[in-house]
Design a protein around this ligand. Structure first.
Ligand code: AOF
Ligand code: ZN
Length: 360
Protein backbone atom coordinates (compact mmCIF):
# COMPACT_ATOMS: atom_id res chain seq x y z
CA UNK A 1 0.00 0.00 0.00
CA UNK A 2 2.95 2.32 0.66
CA UNK A 3 4.08 1.68 -2.90
CA UNK A 4 0.55 2.36 -4.20
CA UNK A 5 0.50 5.68 -2.32
CA UNK A 6 3.88 6.62 -3.77
CA UNK A 7 2.53 5.86 -7.25
CA UNK A 8 -0.59 7.93 -6.58
CA UNK A 9 1.68 10.93 -5.91
CA UNK A 10 2.95 10.60 -9.49
CA UNK A 11 -0.51 11.74 -10.61
CA UNK A 12 -0.26 14.98 -8.60
CA UNK A 13 -0.02 17.29 -11.63
CA UNK A 14 -1.63 14.88 -14.09
CA UNK A 15 -5.03 13.44 -13.23
CA UNK A 16 -7.09 16.53 -12.28
CA UNK A 17 -10.05 16.66 -11.84
CA UNK A 18 -9.78 12.91 -11.32
CA UNK A 19 -8.39 11.82 -7.95
CA UNK A 20 -4.75 10.71 -7.66
CA UNK A 21 -4.85 6.95 -7.22
CA UNK A 22 -2.16 4.25 -7.22
CA UNK A 23 -2.52 0.48 -7.62
CA UNK A 24 -0.06 -2.37 -7.03
CA UNK A 25 -0.90 -5.99 -7.82
CA UNK A 26 0.99 -8.56 -5.71
CA UNK A 27 1.30 -12.33 -6.18
CA UNK A 28 -0.79 -14.65 -3.94
CA UNK A 29 2.20 -15.26 -1.64
CA UNK A 30 2.75 -11.52 -1.36
CA UNK A 31 6.34 -11.76 -2.59
CA UNK A 32 6.25 -10.56 -6.18
CA UNK A 33 4.94 -7.39 -7.71
CA UNK A 34 2.97 -8.37 -10.81
CA UNK A 35 1.90 -4.95 -12.06
CA UNK A 36 1.54 -1.33 -10.95
CA UNK A 37 0.07 1.92 -12.18
CA UNK A 38 -1.50 5.27 -11.36
CA UNK A 39 -4.34 7.43 -12.67
CA UNK A 40 -3.65 9.12 -16.01
CA UNK A 41 -5.08 12.39 -17.36
CA UNK A 42 -8.85 12.89 -17.15
CA UNK A 43 -10.52 10.63 -19.68
CA UNK A 44 -7.50 8.30 -19.58
CA UNK A 45 -7.22 4.98 -17.75
CA UNK A 46 -7.56 4.68 -13.97
CA UNK A 47 -4.86 3.22 -11.71
CA UNK A 48 -6.32 -0.33 -11.68
CA UNK A 49 -6.50 -0.52 -15.47
CA UNK A 50 -2.91 0.77 -15.73
CA UNK A 51 -1.77 -1.89 -13.24
CA UNK A 52 -3.63 -4.68 -15.09
CA UNK A 53 -2.11 -3.52 -18.38
CA UNK A 54 1.33 -3.39 -16.77
CA UNK A 55 0.87 -6.95 -15.49
CA UNK A 56 -0.19 -8.12 -18.96
CA UNK A 57 2.86 -6.41 -20.50
CA UNK A 58 5.11 -8.20 -17.99
CA UNK A 59 3.38 -11.52 -18.78
CA UNK A 60 2.21 -11.88 -15.15
CA UNK A 61 -0.67 -14.15 -14.21
CA UNK A 62 -2.88 -12.10 -11.88
CA UNK A 63 -5.48 -14.79 -11.14
CA UNK A 64 -6.00 -14.97 -7.38
CA UNK A 65 -3.59 -12.05 -6.83
CA UNK A 66 -4.09 -9.12 -4.44
CA UNK A 67 -4.61 -5.56 -5.68
CA UNK A 68 -3.66 -2.71 -3.33
CA UNK A 69 -5.57 0.43 -4.37
CA UNK A 70 -5.49 3.85 -2.70
CA UNK A 71 -9.19 4.49 -3.52
CA UNK A 72 -12.18 2.21 -3.87
CA UNK A 73 -12.27 0.85 -7.45
CA UNK A 74 -15.00 2.65 -9.39
CA UNK A 75 -18.28 0.93 -10.29
CA UNK A 76 -19.66 3.44 -12.77
CA UNK A 77 -19.32 4.33 -16.42
CA UNK A 78 -17.80 7.83 -16.45
CA UNK A 79 -15.26 8.86 -19.05
CA UNK A 80 -13.94 5.27 -18.65
CA UNK A 81 -15.42 1.90 -17.69
CA UNK A 82 -15.75 0.48 -14.15
CA UNK A 83 -12.47 -0.66 -12.58
CA UNK A 84 -14.17 -3.16 -10.28
CA UNK A 85 -15.40 -5.06 -13.35
CA UNK A 86 -11.90 -5.01 -14.87
CA UNK A 87 -10.46 -6.47 -11.63
CA UNK A 88 -13.18 -9.15 -11.47
CA UNK A 89 -12.70 -10.07 -15.15
CA UNK A 90 -8.94 -10.43 -14.59
CA UNK A 91 -9.56 -12.90 -11.76
CA UNK A 92 -8.12 -10.78 -8.92
CA UNK A 93 -8.68 -12.66 -5.62
CA UNK A 94 -8.44 -9.85 -3.10
CA UNK A 95 -8.61 -6.06 -3.08
CA UNK A 96 -7.11 -3.96 -0.28
CA UNK A 97 -8.62 -0.49 -0.63
CA UNK A 98 -7.54 2.60 1.31
CA UNK A 99 -10.82 4.50 1.40
CA UNK A 100 -14.34 4.57 -0.03
CA UNK A 101 -14.75 6.75 -3.13
CA UNK A 102 -16.80 9.80 -2.04
CA UNK A 103 -18.18 10.16 -5.58
CA UNK A 104 -21.93 9.50 -5.11
CA UNK A 105 -21.84 7.43 -8.31
CA UNK A 106 -19.48 4.97 -6.55
CA UNK A 107 -19.76 5.46 -2.74
CA UNK A 108 -19.31 1.84 -1.65
CA UNK A 109 -20.79 0.16 -4.71
CA UNK A 110 -17.33 -0.72 -6.05
CA UNK A 111 -16.44 -2.68 -2.90
CA UNK A 112 -19.95 -4.16 -2.86
CA UNK A 113 -19.69 -5.44 -6.42
CA UNK A 114 -16.26 -6.95 -5.76
CA UNK A 115 -17.61 -8.82 -2.71
CA UNK A 116 -20.65 -10.01 -4.64
CA UNK A 117 -18.28 -11.49 -7.25
CA UNK A 118 -16.39 -13.41 -4.54
CA UNK A 119 -13.40 -11.06 -4.33
CA UNK A 120 -12.15 -10.55 -0.76
CA UNK A 121 -12.18 -6.89 0.27
CA UNK A 122 -10.14 -5.30 3.05
CA UNK A 123 -9.86 -1.65 4.06
CA UNK A 124 -6.54 -0.08 5.11
CA UNK A 125 -7.85 2.89 7.09
CA UNK A 126 -4.39 4.30 7.92
CA UNK A 127 -3.63 4.54 4.21
CA UNK A 128 -7.08 6.04 3.75
CA UNK A 129 -6.08 9.09 5.80
CA UNK A 130 -3.10 9.68 3.48
CA UNK A 131 -5.14 9.07 0.33
CA UNK A 132 -7.73 11.57 1.49
CA UNK A 133 -5.01 14.13 2.25
CA UNK A 134 -3.52 13.65 -1.21
CA UNK A 135 -6.96 14.22 -2.71
CA UNK A 136 -8.19 16.95 -0.39
CA UNK A 137 -9.76 18.89 -3.27
CA UNK A 138 -11.56 15.87 -4.72
CA UNK A 139 -12.98 14.91 -1.32
CA UNK A 140 -14.01 18.53 -0.71
CA UNK A 141 -15.83 18.76 -4.03
CA UNK A 142 -17.55 15.40 -3.61
CA UNK A 143 -18.64 16.01 -0.02
CA UNK A 144 -19.42 19.77 -0.05
CA UNK A 145 -19.75 20.55 -3.76
CA UNK A 146 -16.96 23.12 -3.22
CA UNK A 147 -13.31 23.20 -4.18
CA UNK A 148 -10.61 23.16 -1.50
CA UNK A 149 -9.49 26.79 -1.49
CA UNK A 150 -5.79 27.29 -0.72
CA UNK A 151 -4.51 30.85 -0.48
CA UNK A 152 -0.84 31.46 -1.17
CA UNK A 153 1.02 34.59 -0.15
CA UNK A 154 4.64 35.64 0.22
CA UNK A 155 5.49 38.23 2.86
CA UNK A 156 8.10 39.59 5.20
CA UNK A 157 8.42 38.22 8.72
CA UNK A 158 6.22 41.09 9.94
CA UNK A 159 3.53 40.26 7.38
CA UNK A 160 4.16 42.86 4.68
CA UNK A 161 3.40 41.90 1.08
CA UNK A 162 4.55 45.20 -0.47
CA UNK A 163 5.75 48.64 0.52
CA UNK A 164 3.14 51.42 0.42
CA UNK A 165 4.31 52.46 -3.07
CA UNK A 166 3.65 48.90 -4.29
CA UNK A 167 7.27 47.62 -4.46
CA UNK A 168 7.08 43.87 -3.89
CA UNK A 169 9.65 42.24 -6.18
CA UNK A 170 11.04 40.31 -4.46
CA UNK A 171 10.28 39.78 -0.81
CA UNK A 172 10.62 35.99 -0.76
CA UNK A 173 13.39 33.93 -2.31
CA UNK A 174 13.72 32.20 -5.66
CA UNK A 175 13.40 28.87 -3.79
CA UNK A 176 10.03 29.92 -2.36
CA UNK A 177 8.82 31.00 -5.78
CA UNK A 178 9.78 27.65 -7.33
CA UNK A 179 8.00 25.87 -4.47
CA UNK A 180 4.96 28.05 -5.08
CA UNK A 181 4.87 26.93 -8.71
CA UNK A 182 4.58 23.30 -7.59
CA UNK A 183 1.48 24.21 -5.59
CA UNK A 184 0.08 26.00 -8.63
CA UNK A 185 0.76 22.91 -10.75
CA UNK A 186 -1.31 20.62 -8.54
CA UNK A 187 -4.34 22.94 -8.56
CA UNK A 188 -7.21 22.63 -11.01
CA UNK A 189 -7.38 26.42 -11.20
CA UNK A 190 -5.59 29.57 -10.05
CA UNK A 191 -7.78 32.45 -8.89
CA UNK A 192 -6.83 36.10 -8.87
CA UNK A 193 -8.48 39.52 -8.86
CA UNK A 194 -8.64 42.42 -11.27
CA UNK A 195 -6.35 44.49 -9.01
CA UNK A 196 -3.50 42.02 -9.51
CA UNK A 197 -4.18 41.77 -13.26
CA UNK A 198 -4.08 45.55 -13.70
CA UNK A 199 -1.25 46.14 -11.23
CA UNK A 200 1.20 43.36 -12.15
CA UNK A 201 0.14 42.11 -15.62
CA UNK A 202 1.03 38.60 -14.39
CA UNK A 203 1.10 35.31 -16.32
CA UNK A 204 -0.16 33.24 -13.36
CA UNK A 205 0.85 29.98 -15.02
CA UNK A 206 3.19 27.17 -13.97
CA UNK A 207 6.84 27.71 -14.85
CA UNK A 208 9.97 25.73 -13.97
CA UNK A 209 8.00 22.61 -13.02
CA UNK A 210 7.68 19.59 -15.28
CA UNK A 211 3.90 19.44 -15.69
CA UNK A 212 1.71 18.04 -18.46
CA UNK A 213 -1.03 20.63 -17.97
CA UNK A 214 -1.62 24.26 -17.04
CA UNK A 215 -4.30 25.02 -14.45
CA UNK A 216 -7.23 27.14 -15.56
CA UNK A 217 -7.05 30.83 -14.63
CA UNK A 218 -10.02 32.43 -12.89
CA UNK A 219 -10.31 36.23 -12.62
CA UNK A 220 -12.72 38.01 -10.30
CA UNK A 221 -13.42 41.16 -12.27
CA UNK A 222 -16.68 42.83 -11.26
CA UNK A 223 -16.66 45.54 -13.95
CA UNK A 224 -14.97 43.49 -16.67
CA UNK A 225 -11.85 45.65 -16.78
CA UNK A 226 -9.40 42.89 -17.77
CA UNK A 227 -7.43 44.30 -20.74
CA UNK A 228 -7.63 42.02 -23.80
CA UNK A 229 -3.93 42.83 -24.22
CA UNK A 230 -3.00 41.32 -20.79
CA UNK A 231 -0.03 38.92 -20.87
CA UNK A 232 -2.09 36.23 -19.15
CA UNK A 233 -3.80 35.52 -22.48
CA UNK A 234 -0.47 34.43 -24.02
CA UNK A 235 -0.62 31.12 -22.08
CA UNK A 236 -2.66 28.33 -23.72
CA UNK A 237 -5.24 27.32 -21.07
CA UNK A 238 -8.82 28.10 -20.05
CA UNK A 239 -9.43 31.61 -18.71
CA UNK A 240 -12.69 32.19 -16.81
CA UNK A 241 -13.72 35.72 -15.90
CA UNK A 242 -16.49 36.35 -13.35
CA UNK A 243 -18.13 39.76 -13.54
CA UNK A 244 -21.12 41.50 -12.00
CA UNK A 245 -21.63 44.03 -14.78
CA UNK A 246 -21.80 43.05 -18.42
CA UNK A 247 -20.47 45.20 -21.23
CA UNK A 248 -21.05 43.64 -24.65
CA UNK A 249 -18.08 45.30 -26.34
CA UNK A 250 -15.56 44.35 -23.65
CA UNK A 251 -17.05 40.88 -23.42
CA UNK A 252 -16.56 40.16 -27.11
CA UNK A 253 -13.00 41.55 -27.04
CA UNK A 254 -12.16 39.20 -24.16
CA UNK A 255 -13.94 36.27 -25.78
CA UNK A 256 -11.86 36.92 -28.89
CA UNK A 257 -8.82 36.22 -26.63
CA UNK A 258 -10.40 32.89 -25.64
CA UNK A 259 -11.82 33.94 -22.26
CA UNK A 260 -15.16 32.69 -21.02
CA UNK A 261 -17.21 35.37 -19.28
CA UNK A 262 -19.66 34.55 -16.48
CA UNK A 263 -22.10 37.11 -15.25
CA UNK A 264 -23.10 36.54 -11.63
CA UNK A 265 -25.49 38.40 -9.36
CA UNK A 266 -23.75 41.27 -7.60
CA UNK A 267 -23.66 41.98 -3.90
CA UNK A 268 -22.84 45.68 -3.33
CA UNK A 269 -21.75 46.04 -6.94
CA UNK A 270 -19.14 43.28 -6.48
CA UNK A 271 -19.15 39.72 -7.73
CA UNK A 272 -20.71 37.42 -5.14
CA UNK A 273 -17.62 35.44 -4.13
CA UNK A 274 -19.58 32.58 -2.64
CA UNK A 275 -21.37 32.15 -5.98
CA UNK A 276 -17.98 32.10 -7.77
CA UNK A 277 -16.61 29.35 -5.53
CA UNK A 278 -19.82 27.33 -5.81
CA UNK A 279 -19.76 27.66 -9.60
CA UNK A 280 -16.13 26.49 -9.68
CA UNK A 281 -17.13 23.40 -7.69
CA UNK A 282 -19.73 22.62 -10.32
CA UNK A 283 -17.05 23.00 -12.98
CA UNK A 284 -15.00 20.19 -11.39
CA UNK A 285 -12.40 22.39 -9.70
CA UNK A 286 -10.90 20.30 -6.88
CA UNK A 287 -8.08 22.49 -5.56
CA UNK A 288 -8.38 26.22 -6.12
CA UNK A 289 -5.10 28.10 -5.67
CA UNK A 290 -5.63 31.77 -4.77
CA UNK A 291 -2.91 34.31 -5.55
CA UNK A 292 -4.40 37.74 -5.22
CA UNK A 293 -3.98 41.08 -3.52
CA UNK A 294 -5.04 42.10 -0.04
CA UNK A 295 -8.49 43.28 -1.10
CA UNK A 296 -9.66 40.00 -2.64
CA UNK A 297 -7.76 37.89 -0.07
CA UNK A 298 -9.46 39.77 2.75
CA UNK A 299 -12.91 39.52 1.17
CA UNK A 300 -12.49 35.77 0.64
CA UNK A 301 -11.29 35.26 4.20
CA UNK A 302 -14.11 37.35 5.64
CA UNK A 303 -16.66 35.38 3.61
CA UNK A 304 -15.15 32.19 5.13
CA UNK A 305 -14.26 30.88 1.69
CA UNK A 306 -10.59 30.10 2.41
CA UNK A 307 -9.80 26.59 3.66
CA UNK A 308 -6.03 26.73 3.88
CA UNK A 309 -3.24 29.30 3.87
CA UNK A 310 0.18 28.66 2.38
CA UNK A 311 2.36 31.50 3.59
CA UNK A 312 6.01 32.09 2.75
CA UNK A 313 7.73 34.29 5.32
CA UNK A 314 10.98 35.96 4.33
CA UNK A 315 13.47 36.75 7.13
CA UNK A 316 13.08 40.50 6.62
CA UNK A 317 11.18 43.33 8.31
CA UNK A 318 9.34 45.85 6.12
CA UNK A 319 7.56 47.91 8.73
CA UNK A 320 4.55 50.02 7.85
CA UNK A 321 3.47 48.52 4.51
CA UNK A 322 0.70 46.64 2.67
CA UNK A 323 -0.56 43.35 4.08
CA UNK A 324 -1.97 40.12 2.64
CA UNK A 325 -5.52 40.52 3.99
CA UNK A 326 -5.95 44.29 3.98
CA UNK A 327 -9.48 43.95 2.58
CA UNK A 328 -10.63 42.44 5.85
CA UNK A 329 -11.86 44.83 8.49
CA UNK A 330 -12.56 43.60 12.02
CA UNK A 331 -14.05 45.56 14.88
CA UNK A 332 -13.81 42.78 17.45
CA UNK A 333 -10.75 40.64 18.10
CA UNK A 334 -13.02 37.72 18.84
CA UNK A 335 -14.21 37.76 15.21
CA UNK A 336 -10.72 36.99 13.87
CA UNK A 337 -10.60 33.81 11.75
CA UNK A 338 -8.67 31.13 13.63
CA UNK A 339 -6.29 28.77 11.88
CA UNK A 340 -4.49 25.62 12.87
CA UNK A 341 -0.86 25.21 11.90
CA UNK A 342 -0.32 22.00 9.92
CA UNK A 343 3.29 22.26 8.96
CA UNK A 344 6.23 24.62 8.98
CA UNK A 345 9.28 24.08 6.80
CA UNK A 346 12.29 26.01 5.60
CA UNK A 347 12.23 26.61 1.85
CA UNK A 348 15.59 28.09 1.02
CA UNK A 349 15.96 31.01 3.46
CA UNK A 350 12.17 31.42 3.89
CA UNK A 351 9.72 29.82 6.26
CA UNK A 352 6.70 28.09 4.67
CA UNK A 353 3.68 27.80 6.92
CA UNK A 354 0.67 25.70 6.06
CA UNK A 355 -2.38 26.40 8.17
CA UNK A 356 -5.97 25.24 7.90
CA UNK A 357 -8.85 27.52 8.81
CA UNK A 358 -10.49 26.12 11.94
CA UNK A 359 -13.53 24.00 11.20
CA UNK A 360 -12.58 23.44 7.54
C1 AOF B 1 -10.74 4.38 -9.80
N1 AOF B 1 -9.41 4.45 -10.04
O1 AOF B 1 -7.58 5.60 -10.55
C2 AOF B 1 -9.54 6.82 -10.16
C3 AOF B 1 -10.93 6.72 -9.87
O2 AOF B 1 -14.80 9.74 -15.72
P1 AOF B 1 -14.00 8.56 -15.24
O3 AOF B 1 -14.47 7.26 -15.83
O4 AOF B 1 -12.51 8.76 -15.41
O5 AOF B 1 -14.29 8.42 -13.68
C4 AOF B 1 -13.89 9.42 -12.78
C5 AOF B 1 -14.28 8.99 -11.40
O6 AOF B 1 -13.65 7.74 -11.07
C6 AOF B 1 -13.84 9.96 -10.32
O7 AOF B 1 -14.79 10.96 -10.07
C7 AOF B 1 -13.69 9.03 -9.11
O8 AOF B 1 -14.95 8.74 -8.54
C8 AOF B 1 -13.16 7.76 -9.75
N2 AOF B 1 -11.69 7.83 -9.79
N3 AOF B 1 -11.46 5.49 -9.66
O9 AOF B 1 -11.30 3.28 -9.72
C9 AOF B 1 -8.78 5.61 -10.25
N4 AOF B 1 -8.92 8.00 -10.39
ZN1 ZN C 1 -11.91 3.32 -12.01
Amino acid sequence: MQQALALARNALFLSNPNPRVGCVIMSVDGRTELGAGFTQQAGGPHAEVMALRDAAARGSDVRGATAYVTLEPCSHHGRTGPCCDALIAAGIGKVVGAITDPNPRVAGQGFERLRAAGVKVEIDAAAGVLSRELNIGFFSRMSRGLPWVRLKAGMSLDGATALHDGQSQWITSEAARVDGHRWRAQACAILTGIGTVLGDDPLLNVRGVDTPRQPKLVIVDSELRTPPTAKLFDVPRDVLIYCAELDARRQSALEARGARIFHLPASNGQVDLQAVIRDLGQREINELHVEAGGTLNGALMQAQLIDECLLYLAPSILGNAQTAFSGMELTQLKDAPQLEYQQAALVGPDLRIQAIVAGH
